[in-house]
Design a protein around this ligand. Structure first.
Ligand SMILES: [Fe+2]
Length: 253
């Protein structure tokens, strides 16, 4: 198995990772990205038997129906739909740039209903942060959601045993590299896969004995058992970090 794998998402539209369409090593997460696509609506309202679905909007607007309500998604907002909850994308405003993560990547679609013929987007959804039985919507521009585990177990803001996710936003060099010298130690994950996606800036990792740079528009996959650590970031830095599945399996070398 290679020590790491690099994917380019920048201007790419399609599946970066999905056992149905791409050569993947596991079925723990499916990753889709779009760039500059016009708005669309799904064919059916559907649910997923076991997987959680995460929409991360980078540009544009997405309108979704979740159960019987309409929710909008604005740039740098994330929306999560828990398993068995009926949902669909019903429209929006393009051009749209976004990520979709589905964890695990099971083929577990269940068609629920026909799409509504008309829908009405509530004029103002002033409470952008929404926490519901069905999942959540939140803004990654709000400080409480940055630089912490947004989903996962333990201290994570939202419970998930399938997707450990963080949005990192460090405007300055000092913030982007705080504490790096002190924890200059190789570590590995016994069973989980780690991913780093860079939105702005650059990140350098040591992977085994090699220095690997990840630029804006790139996603790096580090398989379980591979020794690595974060060696530095160029600021301003904005990026995503996620791990599947959610396990406390870190081993410092
Ligand atoms: Fe879905």
């Amino acid at each position: 198995m290679p020590k790491y794998r690099r994917y380019v998402f920048g201007d790419f539209t399609g599946y970066l990772l999905d056992p149905r369409f791409t050569d993947t090593s596991h079925d723990l997460v499916a990753i889709r990205h779009s760039s500059a696509v016009s708005h669309w609506s799904d064919q059916y309202i559907h649910s997923h038997g076991e997987s959680e679905e995460y929409y991360l909007l980078l540009e544009g607007q997405m309108d979704l129906i979740i159960e019987d309500e309409i929710w909008t998604l604005k740039p740098m907002e994330m929306l999560m739909v828990r398993p068995t909850i009926p949902h669909a994308v019903i429209g929006g405003i393009g051009p749209i740039k976004h990520f979709v993560f589905r964890a695990p990547a099971a083929a577990d679609w269940q068609t629920q209903n026909e799409m509504p013929e008309f829908y009405f987007v509530p004029e103002s959804q002033d409470q952008r942060e929404v926490l519901k039985e069905w999942g959540f919507r939140c803004s990654l521009r709000s400080h409480q959601n940055m630089n912490c585990w947004l989903t996962g177990i333990g201290s994570a803001r939202n419970w998930s045993t399938d997707f450990l996710f963080a949005y990192l936003d460090y405007p300055t060099y000092e913030e982007a590299n705080a504490g790096i010298g002190a924890r200059h130690k190789l570590y590995l994950h016994r069973s989980s896969w780690e991913y780093y996606a860079v939105l702005e800036g650059e990140k350098t990792l040591q992977i085994e004995t090699e220095m690997v740079s990840v630029k804006a528009g790139e996603l790096l996959e580090v398989p379980p058992g591979v020794k690595h650590f974060m060696a530095g970031r160029k600021a301003p830095y904005r990026g995503l970090m996620f791990r599947v599945p959610v396990l406390l399996d870190k081993e410092t070398i």
